[in-house]
Design a protein around this ligand. Sequence first.
Ligand SMILES: Cc1ncc(COP(=O)(O)O)c(C=O)c1O
Length: 500
Amino acid sequence: MSAEPVEHAPTASLDLDLDTFRSLGHAAVDAIADFYADLDHQRVFPGVTPAEVRARFDETLPDEGHDPRDLVSDFFERVLPLCTHNTHPRFFGYVMSGGNHIGILAELLAATVNQNCAKWDVSPAAAELEQVTLRWLAEFIGYTAPCDGILTSGGSMANLTCLAVARAMKAGGDVRSEGIAAAPAPLVGYASTEVHSCHDKAFELMGLGHSQLHKIPVDKDYLIDVAALERSIQEDKDQGLRPFVVIANAGTVNTGAVDPIEPLLEVSRRHDLWLHVDGAYGAFAAASTQAGGLFAGLDQADSVALDPHKWLFIPFDVGCSLIRNPSALRDTYSLTPAYLRKEREDDAWEAHERHFTLSRSFRALKVWMSLRTFGRTRLIRCIESNIDLARHLSRLVEEAPDFELLAPVPLSIVCFRYVPPDAPQDDKRDEWLKRLNTALADALLADGRAFLSRTTLQGKFALRACILNHRTSPADIDLLLRTLRELGQGVDRTGLQPVS
Ligand SMILES: Cc1ncc(COP(=O)(O)O)c(C=O)c1O
């Protein structure tokens, strides 16, 4: 039964009159469609400095508001030209996907109902859709055991969420009540030297300190040295420490390396440690036939962090924690004061009992709508197309006399550098190439035809392309290399020579 309408006395309302709302909405969607029609011709990075952007928005707080009819043109004329377009087919920076159109509409619809996904009674549909979404995400990567989970703001939060569960389950004392002092010995965890920095931060936040995340060396393919891990665990035990977690990389941020999960599981089980998989970047590739074999053992991990806003092409932000033990999330996070208590006892799924955060947006909607619209097969095809494009780029790099591949390409990240014929052959070569490639990366940023990020691999400066966009085509990859060569030839060589 619908609620009976009541007469409203005039108040100071923030709502638009509905005709204005309707026409602004239509104008916004029209302008969005125009933007996407023209996306390929946009500069990827706007080529501006922080001071320039700051100056454009340097206004005082308005006493009286502006006409809302300027809203859409204001955004498209003032804000959008100062955005970096990670939606662009030639955005290859960091680990970012280009979002998708269903996600744009889902964000609009989610804002319409303004759900607070903290509690079931204030977000019943969202709570049920979050569970369906979690089940589908788990199924997508083959994590099929009955598990619990929660959507988060992103991969950093998803990893922290899981690591805190690992700490609560394996500390050997009541850390929720007593803190880490409850553990019988200082807690220590393990990951390879290639692990994402969010894990160091998580160790800091958990009161352990990042020095208690012991970094294990990697081999030439940037995979964790399992024997060295086991030696390190044993040495730490002998010294009276309490190992509690091993973190496996399922796609490192630097090169996309996927640690051997099965051997890590064996070591973890032998020492009664929690095995957490950071699959924020790579784990969705477990669904593909091209790369799926790399992820053997993923289904047995104690917890997995995922990032649908990376390789599932969902707009920012949404991450995901999956925990194999169905009661562990609640055992770690449930704390219900009187003002959050349920009206009645039932089996309602309560998000606030599964996370540190209380108020949460309706993130499930964009993931659920995207999964429903595209289906598993089409999404896997997009992931595999990105892997193919990365292989295409690495082949071009290997075949070119003036580029050098710097790491294997197991997924969709390609690390390489420009090595022109005039590069010195002596011991100053790496430093000279670092300066040249830094200048080249700066030149590409200013040029705007593509966007790369940078990293360092075994002391060598690398240009890093992460292909994570369903809009990217082989022509974009060819254009990237052509542009780099053209800009590389133009870099001023004066000053590149290191002084000895
Ligand atoms: C492997 C890995 N883990 C964690 C993160 C952090 O994820 P987020 O940026 O969503 O917090 C990233 C980000 O690139 C990543 O690549």
